[in-house]
Design a protein around this ligand. Structure first.
Ligand SMILES: Cc1ncc(COP(=O)(O)O)c(C=O)c1O
Length: 443
């Protein structure tokens, strides 16, 4: 049966990118995913960065059941009670003046909605994003995503611009080393001004650039970015797909950087694994675009089932005190990773916030040449030893493990994961040295 399904997977599924795993998977619970052979694998990616309260949390299952009894889906023009409850709850989490929400299904979709809103509000169409960003795969969101492969899909949206990302470890303009002085931002905005048609709409940014290699901008970066946006009559959009609701040890990136955007999108961590996302804005912007006829009408806008789950996720984060736990466990995990850094010259940098951590691999600490081969071999070995980790591989921009277990992860699971990483890294270095002697490459 298992082997049959594996060959059916080859026969009937479109291959959509990403890693290939040797077995199919059957179930997930807490910080563990299980494959068809019954092998338990520690999940340090929280699924696709969504399962902050752990896989299949009982609160999510109860919400699904309740939605099953009441309503799963409705005509998009009907507003289910539970959607209003979620909007109200969300506003109690949000930094002022963010207040009004529109609920959709995915992160990419929420960014499409945010960009449409920004364009209608400002009357412009030009959008700036940061190098290394990832905002989704739709036409608008992929146009402003620079961590993804842009080749082969035809023209991008007109009016999209990229500015260099504030990566202190690997400065994209080769100006800073270890402390970003934001020259990248000045240069980027000057280049934008040269190219702009004077029709600015938005700057969109992840508070911590995750797919780009867990890049944490300097503390006052977003205050400057907001001022630069407003000076050009553009709005600032934060894509908090990964940073919202406690992952980074505070409720939002907006709080971490003490700078509130004009529009915020949240997604992955709101549904805890169920497709749910939101675009959130101020009374002023909502009223303005409503007046101009704003529409974002989809089959699943304001659906009751995901809203019920969103309410359950937020309640669980509150009841289980997960924002504080992310900060405490993040500090513990980080300390353990920093110990590994003492042991392995190949770990050039450990960075991040809360339980969104990055570990960058280099051939040597002086040149900082990325060690993609060590990254690939170690990631594979970790999986063999029961730890699932995600490595961000960008040719000139580093090999970075993104380490982000659920916020409910136990200290013993952190220890187990780091011990596996330690063993896998040691073994992989030995294997690669042997191969080097034999003149072989594993990549
Ligand atoms: C920061 C960020 N924004 C948006 C997205 C897209 O979200 P989705 O895959 O739900 O469309 C992602 C996905 O990884 C993301 O990391």
């Amino acid at each position: 049966m298992t082997e049959d399904l594996k060959s059916s997977a080859q026969e009937f599924l479109v291959r959509y990118g990403g890693d290939q795993f040797p077995e199919l998977f059957t179930s997930a619970k807490g910080s563990i995913v299980v494959d068809v052979k019954g092998r338990e694998i520690l999940d340090f990616t929280s699924g696709q960065m969504c399962a902050t309260i752990g896989h299949n949390h009982p609160a999510i299952l109860t919400a699904l059941e309740e939605a099953g009894e009441k309503a799963v889906h409705m005509f998009s023009g009907m507003i289910p009670e539970v959607v209003v409850k979620l909007a109200e709850k969300l506003s109690s989490w949000l930094p002022s003046p963010l207040k009004k929400s529109l609920f959709v299904s995915t992160g990419g979709e929420s960014n499409e909605a945010a960009l449409r809103m920004a364009k209608m509000f400002t009357g412009g169409y030009e959008v700036i994003a940061l190098g290394g960003s990832w905002h989704g795969t739709g036409a608008g969101a992929s146009a402003v995503s620079y961590a993804s492969d842009r080749r082969g899909y035809g023209p991008s949206m007109p009016g999209t611009y990229v500015i260099p990302e504030p990566n202190a470890y690997r400065c994209p303009i080769e100006h800073c080393r270890d402390v970003c002085d934001q020259t990248c931002l000045k240069v980027g905005m000057n280049m934008f001004d040269m190219a702009s048609r004077g029709e600015g709409a938005a700057i969109i940014a992840e508070p911590i650039l995750s797919a780009g290699g867990v890049i944490v901008p300097p503390q006052d970066y977003f205050k400057t970015l907001k001022a630069e946006a407003h000076r050009r009559e553009m709005v600032l959009v934060y894509d908090e797909a990964q940073t919202a609701f406690g992952r980074i040890g505070v409720p939002f990136g907006a709080e971490y950087f003490d700078s509130v955007p004009d529009i915020m999108t949240v997604s992955k961590t709101l549904g805890g694994g169920v497709p749910l996302a939101a675009v959130i804005t101020t009374d002023t912007i909502e009223a303005n675009v409503h007046e101009k006829g704003f529409t974002f009408y989809t089959s699943h806008v304001a659906d009751p089932l995901p809203a019920a789950v969103g309410l359950a996720v937020l309640a669980t984060i509150e009841i289980e005190n997960l924002v504080l736990k992310a900060s405490e466990k993040g500090a513990y995990l980080r300390a353990r990773l920093e110990d590994l850094q003492q042991k392995y010259e190949a770990i050039g940098d450990v960075r991040g916030a809360g339980l969104l951590l990055g570990v960058e691999l280099v051939k040597d600490r002086e040149s900082r040449e990325p060690d993609h081969e060590l990254g690939a071999v170690t990631t594979r070995r970790c999986f063999e030893l029961g730890l699932s980790m995600n490595i961000r591989r960008r040719p000139e921009r580093g090999a970075v493990w993104r380490i982000a277990p659920p916020l409910t992860v136990k200290e013993s699971e952190i220890d187990q994961g780091v011990d596996v990483l330690d063993r896998a890294l040691g073994e992989s270095q030995i294997k690669l040295k042997k191969n080097m002697v034999r003149g072989m490459s594993i990549l």
